[in-house]
Design a protein around this ligand. Structure first.
Ligand SMILES: NC(=O)CC[C@H](N)C(=O)O
Length: 425
């Protein structure tokens, strides 16, 4: 089922070029029709770029678009993110490795990029899919345009593609594998075959994003951005953070709550961690399928019950498996900064930042494990606790970045857990 190539910029988004090039009379533009493959017929010069990229989805649909950033051919899973902004944090979140992020907010790029909003040192995602690329940047922190930033990091982006239609398709059929290509010589069929021959399930993506050796993390949230700083404990707790693709803001928040942090690679042996005598261990977020990393589940198992632990997103899923539970792939997952979650312990609803395609099946968990948080959009499990073993975990992102700060209190709870355990020892 091929999609017809239509370039909507002529009718609904002339601002893409008109801010810099004054509009031409419509009568002149209308003669400039497009042939189905996106090439102008030559009746009039178009002042804007024509479609030069294709996104071919595994369901056989072909979406013509304009490229920015890097060029080439790239395969990945397409997921949609409903955050209104925060695209730079999203681009540098290692949990997106292997995925194309489609932003449902139609206007992206207007604040450019800066040097402070990075969630890791690289962009690990497969590519970015957006409706409209801002032609101008306006922000006091802007250091570079989004297009230049992606090009330097060799990440492909496309714009002027019908992101609403693709999102509806993903919602209806579930996440799809896609191939993005700027290579005109490759026929649609070849790209389609590539999309059908690749799968994100069962691949260990964590090993490609984790650090290689332990390091100390000291940065706190900068004072001009910090909030919630009252009532922090004066005592310092030693935390070992497993890097499954850890976002920097998790580390900044844990440091802001007064912890001393050592970040260790995903393969760091549990015995070494326990030798370091931490007050608590944090299992981070990370990309891909939790069932594809049994070594990480084993590490978690060996640590459980020996020190308080906090799992975030992938860390939560690995904890679920280590406790004997099962994880499953969701239809299209949760990606955005506006997911309501109910904290079942106090009834409070938090608006949360989320990014995951897998979830823990609470019915598969052993007795004693408590579901502490529920996603109110679909009632999926959003948090767990096992008080007997000093375990807490969240399926979503208390560190936000991007997103609301409603769940920041989870870091305080982790500190409390370490404090009480230390006092009881
Ligand atoms: N942010 C994360 O840690 C994502 C977890 C896992 N990769 C998922 O997609 O469910």
């Amino acid at each position: 089922m091929g999609m017809k190539a239509v370039d909507f910029s002529l009718r609904i988004n002339p601002s893409i070029c008109f801010t810099q090039n004054p509009p031409k009379p419509f009568s002149k533009l209308i003669r400039c029709s497009l042939s189905p493959d996106g090439a102008a017929t030559g009746l009039a010069e178009r002042p804007w770029k024509l479609a030069d990229a294709r996104l071919v989805l595994e369901d056989g649909s072909v979406w013509r678009a304009k490229s920015f950033g890097a060029s080439g051919t790239q395969v990945g899973e397409v997921v949609f993110n409903t955050s209104l902004t925060g695209y730079q944090e999203i681009l540098t979140d290692p949990s997106y490795a292997g995925q194309f992020v489609l932003m449902t907010n139609p206007h992206i790029g207007n604040t450019g990029v800066n040097f402070d909003d990075e969630e890791s040192s690289q962009c690990f995602l497969a590519g970015l899919v957006i409706r409209s690329l801002s032609i101008t940047t306006s922000n006091w922190r802007c250091a570079e345009t989004l297009g230049d930033y992606l090009a330097e990091r060799n990440i492909m982006g496309i714009y002027d593609v019908d992101t609403r239609a693709i999102t509806r398709r993903l919602r209806q059929d579930g996440s799809l594998i896609g191939v993005l290509s700027t290579e005109q010589s490759k026929p649609d069929k070849e790209l389609l075959e590539l999309s059908r021959s690749w799968d994100i399930v069962g691949i260990d993506l964590i090993s490609g994003v984790s650090c290689n050796a332990p390091y100390e993390w000291v940065d706190k949230t900068k004072s001009e951005w910090d909030f919630n700083s009252n009532g922090r404990d004066r005592e310092t707790y030693r935390v070992i953070a497993y890097d499954f693709g850890i976002k920097h803001n998790i580390l900044r928040r844990v440091a802001s709550y007064g912890c001393q942090i050592t970040v260790v690679p995903s393969t760091w042996p549990a015995a070494e961690t326990l030798k370091m005598k931490p007050d608590g261990v944090l299992f981070s977020n990370g990309p891909g399928d939790p069932s594809a990393v049994p070594y990480a589940v084993e590490t978690v198992k060996e640590i459980l019950g020996k020190v308080p632990v906090f799992g975030i997103c992938m860390g939560h899923q690995l904890l679920g498996q280590a406790l004997g539970g099962k994880t499953f792939k969701m239809k299209f997952g949760h990606h955005g900064g506006n997911h309501p979650v109910r904290n079942l312990r106090n009834g409070r609803v938090e608006i949360s930042a989320q990014n995951h395609n897998y979830a823990v099946d609470p019915a598969s968990l052993p007795e004693g494990v408590e579901v502490t948080h529920v996603n109110l959009n679909d009632r999926s499990c959003a948090g767990l606790a096992y008080p007997a073993l000093n375990i807490m975990s969240l399926q979503y992102h208390p560190e936000a970045s991007p997103g609301p700060h409603d769940s920041d209190c989870a870091f305080r709870e982790f500190v409390e857990l370490m404090k009480l355990t230390k006092q009881a020892a």
